[in-house]
Ligand binder design. Structure first.
Ligand code: FAD
Length: 463
């Protein structure tokens, strides 16, 4: 049980397909990606005469950028709509190593390579995670403005048309195979101004427009519970920045968040300090202050250069596919509990959905239908369902009280826990554990929790 917990902490699953496999260097060559996207015609849906299948991707974050690149490479006529091409998505920007290889990320967009992650308990006990990392391994820290524009540029280089436009609504087709009509404000105009209202007809739509997805509303996808995350980018003196050179911090405790954690993540010339909560949204600024106070020795003298906040979905929407429309990334609700990780899952779901369209349309030659998009859903759920469930349980067990958080941080000191956790996070695969170590770990986990419970009871007696 404990082994399952630990292997799953932050990100686990059995690697799904050969195409998802990666070595420790996690390099997937462009050639192999291209080869994978050349699929053979196998379907009897109608051909799209005299043109290729036309798909709109709404949203140019990691989900939209990677979806558009895959579609364009697969022979689908692709239009990506992004309302703000210099968007700085509020985000901690921590990405797993496998993402660098799987998405061909150039190393110069990785601001920092974190090899030490400090977990800090409610009573300020510090445990450093990272000693099991191999020399080339790290957690990547990116600024989203850099990552997102790289992914969009890759989509454009593959042949996608990027439209600087705000998607407003769409008319759903009344007949089988009729087009979707998208209404949008086009900001591409050289003269600037408020933009021009336009429409475009497409065969299918990928909603990659984040947590407040309009595409989701258009298809009646239903709502999800969400957390509110708050972050300040703080420029600290370079003497202080040295401490964060290759180190990130995670603070747990009722003061910083009753149900999540506070963080200090290093970026190129500043740190991102933030926290999140589902249950106490109205207190978010108070929680943020507490996070800043906990880190104050290390960030003193810093200047806040940006304040940002954004909702973070807690679970998938009730409906993620409807006819020829699919949701991916945050629009679908693919952020893991406990770790709050969503960038990799957004990029991965965008790619997986686009691959299903490329395959279902025989490289853009045929019309698709809902069954093609369900291929993506099925594959996604098969690959990641357990990850989301286990992280949900982990969050409930370890973030429920300060004593449980103390136990959690204590467990993070265990070398075996660190190895399994980091490997699962960095590579999104299950590392093969050692049964004896798994057993010892189970005993230690129970021990930590029992101690935490006893401590909790004692504290409440004193109170
Ligand atoms: C404060 C905070 C910290 C986080 N830290 C981390 C972290 O460290 N690591 C991690 O993995 N995840 C983190 N996450 C989660 C992560 O940011 C998201 O899961 C991820 O951004 C989802 O990507 P996406 O492409 O689905 O959506 P988004 O990144 O939200 O992209 C959606 C895009 O669509 C565009 N758009 C929206 N509406 C429209 C419209 N109507 N028309 C045109 N364009 C539109 C937006 O401008 C945006 O560019 C954090 C989230 C928050 C809020």
């Amino acid at each position: 049980m404990a082994s399952i917990f630990i292997k799953s902490f932050i990100g686990l699953h059995h690697s799904s397909t050969a195409s998802d496999n990666h070595s420790t260097t996690a390099v997937v060559t462009k050639t192999s990606v291209l080869a994978r996207r050349c699929v053979k015609a196998s379907k009897s849906s109608p051909r799209v005469a005299g043109r290729n299948l036309k798909v709109a991707v709404v949203g140019g974050g990691p989900a939209g950028g990677s979806a558009a690149e895959t579609l364009a490479k697969g022979g689908v006529e692709t239009i990506l709509f992004e309302r703000k091409l210099d968007n700085c998505k509020p985000c901690g920007g921590a990405i797993p190593l496998c993402m660098v290889g799987e998405f061909d990320l150039p190393l110069d967009i990785i601001d920092r390579r974190v090899t030490k992650m400090k977990m800090i308990s409610p009573s300020n006990v510090e445990v450093e995670i990272g000693r099991t990392l191999k020399p080339h391994e790290y957690i990547g820290m990116v600024r989203r403005e850099a990552l997102d524009s790289y992914l969009r540029d890759s989509a454009a280089a593959a042949g996608a048309t990027i439209v600087n436009g705000l998607f407003l609504k769409m008319d759903l087709p009344e007949e089988k195979n009729a087009p979707y009509v998208l209404h949008y404000t086009d900001y591409n105009s050289k003269s600037g101004g408020p933009g021009k209202m336009k429409t475009v007809e497409v065969d299918a739509v990928i909603g990659a427009d984040g947590a407040n997805s309009r595409v989701a509303k258009c298809i009646g996808a239903g709502d999800y519970a969400y957390a509110m995350a708050f972050q300040e980018r703080i420029k600290i003196p370079s003497s202080k920045m040295k401490y964060y050179d290759d180190l990130a911090e995670v603070y747990v405790g009722d003061d910083v968040s009753p149900d999540f954690y506070g963080w200090v993540f290093p970026k190129c010339d500043h740190v991102a300090v933030g926290t999140g909560t589902v249950t106490h949204k109205a207190d978010i600024k108070k929680l943020q202050r507490a996070t800043r106070i906990r880190a104050q020795d290390k960030i003193q003298g810093g200047k806040i250069i940006r304040v940002e906040a954004h909702p973070v979905p807690e679970h998938p929407r009730p409906r993620r596919v409807s006819q020829r429309v699919a949701l991916v990334g945050d629009a679908a609700g693919y952020v893991t509990k406990c770790s709050g990780e969503g960038i990799y899952f957004a990029a991965k779901s965008g790619r997986m959905c686009a691959e299903a369209i490329v395959e279902g349309s025989s490289n853009g030659k045929r019309m698709i239908d809902e069954s093609d998009l369900r291929v993506y859903l099925k594959k996604w759920d098969r690959t990641y369902w357990a990850t989301y469930k286990v992280l949900d349980v982990l969050q409930k067990v370890f973030y429920r009280s300060n004593p449980a958080r103390e136990a959690f941080v204590e467990m993070c000191g265990d070398e075996y826990v660190q190895k399994m956790t980091l490997e699962s996070y960095l590579y999104k695969t299950v590392s093969t554990g050692n049964p004896l170590d798994d057993f010892k770990l189970a005993v230690r986990t129970i021990g930590s929790l029992v101690r935490a419970n006893a401590l909790g009871k004692e504290i409440s007696t004193i109170n």
